[in-house]
Ligand binder design. Structure first.
Ligand SMILES: [Zn+2]
Length: 156
């Protein structure tokens, strides 16, 4: 999986081994993650939107902080069908934290399957019956909701 690093940190050797690549414009990423005053809702949306566009064409984006931006950034990435990923680090010897894998996005529609394993709930409008699966791979499914006329991706 090709994953773009949307954190201010440099990609570690372990993360690179998991497919993480630095964006071409790291300075822009750092600027978009930097705030010198409390942001408005609109500012949060605009920053998250710009950041997500930097990861466009990647399958995943590694994200981290600031915490209050991550909800919006997850939403914007999911809109582009890019998987938001958080690095999971484990404390190893000598107080060194090492990347050991990723935590994926919280997907409430995966928590309950009201009509069996092949149905999902549209996270935008709650539709169950009027949702169809038009692509199915080993790692994800692409769905279309006829009620709100949007596509979404569910990772298995
Ligand atoms: Zn819907």
């Amino acid at each position: 999986m090709r994953i773009i690093n949307l954190t201010r940190n440099k990609t570690t050797v372990e993360q690179a081994g998991d497919g993480v690549k630095e964006p071409n414009n790291k300075d822009k990423v750092i600027n978009l993650l930097s705030f010198d005053q409390i942001p408005t809702n609109k500012e949060i949306y605009l920053r998250a939107h710009e950041l997500a566009k930097i990861a466009d064409n990647a399958e995943g984006a590694m994200i981290k902080e600031p915490s209050w931006l991550m909800g919006a950034l997850e939403t914007e990435l999911l809109d582009l069908m890019i998987k938001p990923l958080y690095s999971f680090t484990k404390l190893v010897e000598n107080n060194i934290c090492m990347h050991t894998g990723f935590v994926g996005p919280y997907q409430p529609d995966k928590l309950f399957w009201p009509k069996g394993q092949n149905t999902v709930v549209c996270a935008r409008c709650g539709e169950v019956d009027n949702v169809y699966n038009f692509q199915h791979t080993d790692t994800f499914g692409l769905f279309h909701c006829n009620t709100c006329d949007k596509e979404f991706k569910v990772w298995w």
